[in-house]
Design a protein around this ligand. Sequence first.
Ligand code: ADP
Ligand code: MG
Ligand code: MG
Length: 339
Amino acid sequence: MKKRILLLAGGQSGEHEVSLMSARSVLSALPRDQFDVTPVVISKQGRWLPPTETQRALESGEAPTGGDLVLHRAASAEGYDAVFPLLHGPMGEDGTVQGLLTLAGIPFVGSGVLGSAVSMDKVMTKQVLASAGIPQVAWALAVRREWQTQPDTVRERAAALGYPLFVKPANLGSSVGISKVARPEDLDGAMTLAFSLDRRVILEAMTAHKPREVEVGILGNDAPIASPVGELRFDADFYDYETKYTEGRASMHIPAPLSAEVAEQIRTLALRAFRALDCAGLARVDFFYVEETGELLLNEVNTMPGFTTTSMYPKLFEAAGLNYSALVTRLVELALEDR
Ligand code: ADP
Ligand code: MG
Ligand code: MG
């Protein structure tokens, strides 16, 4: 019997369009002799679109308004064997949709509520990884109300980290709302931007030198495997939104030119992080490698990484001998696995 798969795409975050691109790739890659796939696009307003509107959104890359409330449509997800929540960012990758699917009793691809929620939040991720002894940059948390009522205590925290530093909303992706702050005078603007997007903001020390950015894919549930290591190169001060999504601004190098020893260290740390965060199915673990000092610092864990045929995660496993179609099939198998 063919498995019935519900593919969720779009969603309410700033990564809506990225998700639609990934979904088009997954839709054409899931083998039709094994799977019967129904896509449902979630609009930016959080409504689940009926089939014709979903089709139109997938083709045009733009979600129309309208659609049904989440809870109403979730009930109709009941007839499916598994759901592939191909959603990035808040309200999709952060445990919310995973909670809904858990309540509905439907298996789904990727991490559960805990792993999704903790990995989405850059502060919680850092706390969990620190207790697992995984090296990271120095950081501090600031909450909106604190910034409004006692900004000087937050400024002191920033000064202790030293400039330049990075200011980021705790729960976002695609570099949205992230600033590199060169001087104390520029802190206010960066904080205002970050707090307009999240109640919690993370301040991060910058690595001592501009780091190399290396990434590794993890695949599996309780016996996960690591892909070869890949590297991103770009011509910009940091990997910001524009650099990420402008064609030709960044290049991928697989395998990353690294010593076998450093590559193995990256893979080992990534597997430890995946377990510490209780991730499942898949994750892309991103590191900073400071060549001058030999430091290897874990930057973040993405539980639903970009998933077009040319995205880093599928390319990493392709280098390991698993093509795109075999990879998505494996992810559905992992969702259906007894754990
Ligand atoms: P996102 O989840 O939006 O991708 P990241 O934490 O990965 O956010 O930050 C985006 C980019 O900003 C990174 O890929 C890197 O280029 C740069 N960056 C972020 N934090 C630091 C840091 N502490 N030191 C140096 N570069 C950083
Ligand atoms: Mg991210
Ligand atoms: Mg990132």
